[in-house]
Ligand binder design. Sequence first.
Ligand code: SF4
Length: 121
Amino acid sequence: MERQLICISCPIGCRLQASWTDETDITIEGNQCPRGEIYGREEVLAPKRVVTATCMTAGSPMGTEVRRVSVKTDAPLPKEHIDSLLDTLYSMKIPLPVETGQVLLANIGGTGVNLVATRSM
Ligand code: SF4
């Protein structure tokens, strides 16, 4: 099998060609550095992404601007968990105060990846 990829590990964005017969025989071409090969192999075997978003905060007084806190996963999350995470985080209301780095959701889907706040409010 073959697949065209764009490496997202740095801003250069090398175009990668992934070829494989099975998970033990994967060839990555077009990468300018070793990170591209790692990225390409992960994309073939188990794609992951860092998720960034915002969550509503709890307790915003009626008639005031609804404040949102920016959040991200503290490591790349397997793609199959992303839709579920987005459903959860868009229904969350984060009690204030919140600190940068505070874990808001721990061990998402048993992956060991956490959702953390990226600003203090
Ligand atoms: S292969 Fe290396 S140089 Fe190319 S985009 Fe990926 S990280 Fe950047």
